[in-house]
Design a protein. Structure first.
Length: 209
């Protein structure tokens, strides 16, 4: 099994809970598995926009690209190749300001490509990578799992929707929430969540055996 871990938190593990989730996952997964990390905060990832479309058009017509166009095309292709090569994609990220970190959004923009991860048909869009599996590792200081608060959560919900759009239905998640809202129980909440991360990672060894 080829595993791609998309790390989307640049805070140290001592401060960022999802950074710690990433560390626990990497420490717990079997050494016999092919695991690659794509750290969106360390990659050179220009924002998605007109430069990307210009780069795609010029590339298709074998025209010379300027420096920014070459950077964004290289970055987009690197992200896409990493995503397509993976059997399992693990997203480790926090809920920041009710959504995902900006570099993770750029990663999603890079892999959201018609003809590669989805296609348009007369009946509507169809996902092209349904065989992939996804594991979401998410941390949020508040509580968003109640019927009242769930609509305001736009990080896990967003990643799920995009993966579903790509045709991926096998999506699991480990969410740690409420550690800022309930500081008296923060240590217990985080420890319980890390145990679940470890269990998910170790379960992959059984699947890969």
């Amino acid at each position: 099994m080829n595993v791609l871990v998309v790390k989307a938190n640049n805070r140290p593990a001592s401060e960022g809970v999802s950074s710690k989730m990433y560390e626990v996952f990497m420490e717990s997964i079997g050494s016999d598995m092919s695991v690659k990390t794509f750290d969106v905060f360390k990659e050179d990832m220009p924002y998605f926009g007109q430069d990307f479309f210009d780069a795609m058009q010029k590339s298709a017509q074998a025209e010379e690209l300027n420096e920014l166009e070459q950077r964004i095309l290289t970055a987009a292709n690197k992200a896409m190749d990493a995503f397509l090569e993976a059997d399992l994609v693990v997203f480790a990220f926090p809920l920041w300001n009710k959504t995902i970190p900006a570099p993770l959004q750029t990663f999603i923009d890079y892999i959201y490509r018609a003809g590669v991860t989805f296609k348009y048909t007369e009946e509507g869009p169809v996902g092209l990578v349904p065989e992939k599996k996804v594991l979401i590792l998410n941390a949020r200081g508040g509580v968003y799992s109640t019927p009242e608060t769930a609509p305001g959560e736009m990080s896990v919900n967003y990643i799920r929707q995009i993966m579903n759009f790509f045709g991926i239905e096998n999506i699991e998640e480990v969410i740690i929430e409420g550690h800022n809202m309930y500081p008296d129980r923060a240590e217990e909440i985080i420890a319980e969540g890390m145990k679940r991360v470890e269990e998910k990672a170790r379960a992959l060894q059984t699947v890969n055996a």
